[in-house]
Design a protein around this ligand. Structure first.
Ligand code: KIV
Length: 279
């Protein structure tokens, strides 16, 4: 049985840090799951790292359902959370509920949506029908970048107070956890100490209850944006490019394929074939 929302909530109570990683496809999701990551997040960052868009605005429900289905076929142990994409939940509570349902039917255990107190009523409605929700405050890529670009959030007393208030209202609305993006270490700590649900930080310091990274950032596969907070554990892009270059050279020089890579016909049958075609 895979992890549940309650398991993730318990981890905070037991003071165990929660590891979250984005996943969008079967192959990488299988590896993340085998590595024991607690939560696989089908983030709408898929729009950038998988589909090549400039930002997450163009991501659709169809994209998110397809990525969610692929990841759900791979996961065995982790909790699976999927993002509601831009304008799939903001226009009406009905949209939010219908689209949350679609992600659950595609294989998610919970949905994530961006927004502070303004989203509290929507979150309550989704939670009331039995769908667990992860909130997302601080930098909200679907909207913050439209007005401000990628900037650290909550740097003044008033904006920090608003973040803390947002987190409280999301907790009251029933979220099981909150992603907190690009908020100072200090403010993230206060938020984590203020609410009982786990705070999952991205670029928000070490005092969160868990951490999330985009898998392509961690593996060193995506170069377009290199956030300061995204620790690279390897430079896979370099290894992939090298291997592909080696393959090209082998094809051109005839080194590949070698005998162990091809299939041979039985000698007798081959002889008969040659006679038949007169060669
Ligand atoms: O879409 C995403 O990847 C996210 C993160 C919190 C990393 O929302």
């Amino acid at each position: 049985m895979h992890k549940t929302v309650q398991d993730i909530i318990n981890m905070k109570k037991e003071k165990r840090k929660i590891s979250v990683i984005t996943s969008y496809d079967y192959t990488l999701a299988s590896l993340c799951d085998k590595a024991g990551i607690d939560v696989l997040l089908v983030g709408d960052s898929a729009g950038m790292v998988m589909l090549g868009y400039e930002n997450t605005i163009s991501v659709t429900m169809d994209h998110m359902c397809m990525f969610t289905e692929a990841v759900s076929r791979a996961r065995k142990n982790a909790l699976l959370v999927s993002d509601l994409p831009f304008m799939s939940y903001q226009a009406s509570i009905e949209d939010a509920m219908n689209n949350s349902g679609k992600l659950i039917k595609a294989g998610a255990d919970a949905v994530k949506l961006e927004g502070g107190s303004i989203m509290a009523e929507t979150i309550s409605a989704i939670v009331d029908v039995g769908i667990p929700v992860m909130g997302h405050i601080g930098l909200q890529p679907q909207t913050t970048i439209l007005s401000q670009g990628y900037k650290v959030q909550g740097k003044t007393k008033d904006t920090a107070m608003k973040l803390i208030q947002d987190a409280k209202e999301l907790e009251d609305a029933g979220v099981f956890s909150i992603a907190v993006e690009m908020v100072s270490n200090e403010v993230a700590q206060i938020i984590s100490e203020t609410v009982s649900v786990p705070i999952i930080g991205i670029g928000s310091g070490v005092n969160c209850d868990g951490q999330v990274l985009v898998v392509q950032d961690l593996l060193g596969m995506y170069d377009k944006i290199k956030p300061k907070f995204a620790k690279r554990y390897m430079n896979l892009a370099e290894d992939i490019e090298k291997s592909l270059g080696d393959y090209k050279k082998d094809v051109e020089s005839g080194i590949f394929p070698a005998k162990e890579h091809w299939f041979s016909m039985n000698e007798e049958e081959l002889e008969k074939l040659r006679e038949e075609i007169g060669s």
